[in-house]
Ligand binder design. Structure first.
Ligand code: FE2
Ligand code: FE2
Length: 156
């Protein structure tokens, strides 16, 4: 049914889905601590799956693609490390029972904005041209897997 979906479309769709969860998290009042924790858990596990998929299935292909795409991968990996740092900071703030995580949230938004633009502008278009069809199928399969239930009670 979606046999011709490009890598760009799949991954941009996942960015978009993740953004929606992040917007819901950010628009939930700080006093609703349980809801915010649950939304953040859902967002963070989805983003970590996305990042893991990129690092396992996509970036190794790009590293084989020559010095330019190799340099881009180094930059994207550094972004991922910083994004992970922001996720950990938000989680730590939530764990302290804080009703605001605005500082690390803004940091995360800035990081994600730049990072996703780099991927959507350069990495995914490169992969649209170079990723073997079998790998594209694997990516699609990974993204269709339901996320494992989070430690917090997950409701939809
Ligand atoms: Fe990424
Ligand atoms: Fe991405």
């Amino acid at each position: 049914m979606t046999g011709t979906t490009s890598l760009s479309a799949l991954m941009e769709g996942d960015h978009h889905d993740l953004d929606e969860v992040l917007v819901r998290f950010r628009s939930t009042p700080g006093a609703q601590i349980a809801s915010r924790r649950e939304l953040f858990t859902r967002f963070a596990s989805g983003l970590r799956r996305h990042i893991s998929l990129e690092e396992r299935r996509l970036f190794p292909r790009m590293e084989e693609g020559g010095p330019e795409s190799h340099r881009l991968v180094e930059m994207l990996l550094e972004d991922h490390r910083r994004i992970e740092g922001a996720l950990v900071a938000i989680q730590a703030t939530l764990d302290q029972g804080a009703t605001s995580t605005e500082g690390p949230e803004v940091e995360l938004l800035n990081l994600l904005g730049e990072h996703n633009a780099r991927e959507e502008g350069f990495a995914y278009p490169w992969l649209d041209e170079h990723l073997p069809a079998a790998d594209l199928l694997e990516v699609r399969h990974d993204l269709e897997e339901p996320l494992p239930p989070s430690d917090a009670a997950t409701s939809r």
